[in-house]
Design a protein around this ligand. Structure first.
Ligand code: 0X9
Ligand code: ZN
Length: 381
């Protein structure tokens, strides 16, 4: 049997959902809900889950899911690494006074990791960063930060954008994982997640969203794994990957007052911690992030009525070494992971129809603006 997309439900106290992710099954978890999970699994994994006492309901064969969603026309409207570079360069060339393209590093395969700086550069230290595409298959996470950059530049002479760009800087790095993204554009590889590192055991890929240096490697579970073949492989050490080092070095230079990283899917707004269920100790920080997350939830919902849920990252599942734990833990910067559209696997999962790029951006625009406004208003660091 080929791989399948399944809905997994606990059927006994012996096999609660929380145990599912602590088992070394090498699962590719797509969604985690209070009472069930959706994941992609092979034959052996399905049998193991059933033996352990889980209810496993097949939603779709991976093959037919791909036939439904990964159509040729589905790629139209999404960027490749190359077309993104061209478009970012165009934005910089067309707006020389307020935009500048930076190569912040090179990927394993030598592709540039790019970031666009937007702002008048009056020596302000108020800065905010938007990142995208740590995970190769999450194509919409490239488009939302790209459209944010394009839109800020289109409205640069109107308030509130004008004021933001006078007061501070917005940095946008829409494709942290260009190698992985390019790989997902080749036949049969649309669901690749990690970067393209050749691991020492012959497998490929490190999960860039497990490779950051705060509490790195402190968990070894299915959602944050030390097994190189796994989808969530943390890498041999913190910042072992050039792509996460590119972000590390950018953050170390610019000292952002806030960082928002786009992923997909599930429609969530996540804030630290990811590595522990304990809430953030500092009450002011905890309130700041929680309140901002709820504000963003409202702002997003108001646009097209889509429900995004604000919650601590660990309430989704535990991870050590994700981006936002590091930017908050190391730099005290309010940090968010926004999981974009869609809400479910059967609405496309990681393969969001291109017709939804625009509405997804539209609903995320006011939340991104609220974040910029919040961060740039804070006292200089
Ligand atoms: O697993 C991830 O890296 C993120 N989800 S995704 O489906 N885009 O892969 C979530 C990271 C947030 N952190 C935790 N959930 N702890
Ligand atoms: Zn992701």
């Amino acid at each position: 049997m080929a791989s399948v997309i399944v809905r997994v439900t606990p059927t006994s106290a012996r096999a609660p959902l929380s145990r599912l992710i602590t088992l070394p099954l090498g699962l590719d978890l797509w969604e985690v809900h209070p009472d069930h999970a959706v994941l992609q699994a092979g034959e052996a994994q399905v049998s193991r889950l059933e033996e352990m006492g889980y209810g496993v309901e097949q939603l779709q064969l991976s093959e037919s899911y791909l036939a439904d969603f990964a159509t040729e026309s589905a790629a139209t409207g999404y960027h490749s690494a190359e077309s993104l570079e061209q478009d970012l360069r165009r934005l910089a060339d067309d707006n020389p006074e307020i935009a500048e393209l930076h190569e912040i590093g090179r990927s394993v395969e030598g592709r540039p990791v790019l970031a666009l700086r937007i702002g008048e550069r009056r020596g302000s230290s108020r800065k905010v960063a938007f990142l995208g595409c740590h995970h190769a298959r999450e194509w919409i996470s490239v488009e939302v930060p790209f459209l944010l950059a394009e839109d800020l530049l289109a409205h640069a002479s109107e308030n509130p954008v004008r004021e933001w760009l006078q007061q501070g800087e917005v940095w946008v790095a829409p494709m942290v994982n260009p190698d992985g993204h390019e790989f997902t554009r080749t036949p049969g590889n649309r669901l690749w997640r990690k970067n393209r590192r050749r691991n020492r055991d012959g497998t490929t890929g490190v999960d860039l969203n497990r490779n950051y240096g705060y509490m790195w490697g402190t968990l070894d579970v299915d959602t944050s794994s030390h097994t190189p073949a796994d989808e969530t492989y943390v890498g041999p050490r913190a910042f072992s990957e050039p792509e996460s080092r590119a972000v590390r070095d950018l953050v170390a230079r610019q000292l952002f007052g806030g960082v928002l990283t786009y992923h997909s899917y599930s429609q969530l707004i996540l804030y630290p911690w990811g590595y522990t269920d304990d809430p953030i100790l500092d009450e002011t920080d905890r309130r700041e992030m929680r309140d901002l997350a709820y504000d963003m939830e409202q702002l997003i919902g108001n646009v097209h009525g889509q429900a995004y849920t604000a919650q601590p990252s660990s309430a989704l599942y535990p991870t050590a070494g994700d981006t936002t734990d590091w930017t908050y833990g190391e730099y005290d910067a309010p940090s968010f992971t926004v999981e974009l559209r869609p809400g479910s696997a059967m609405a496309g999962g990681f393969i969001l129809p291109a017709s939804q790029i625009q509405p997804c951006w539209e609903e995320n625009r006011p939340a991104a603006h609220a974040f910029i406004s919040h961060v740039l208003k804070k006292p200089e660091r």
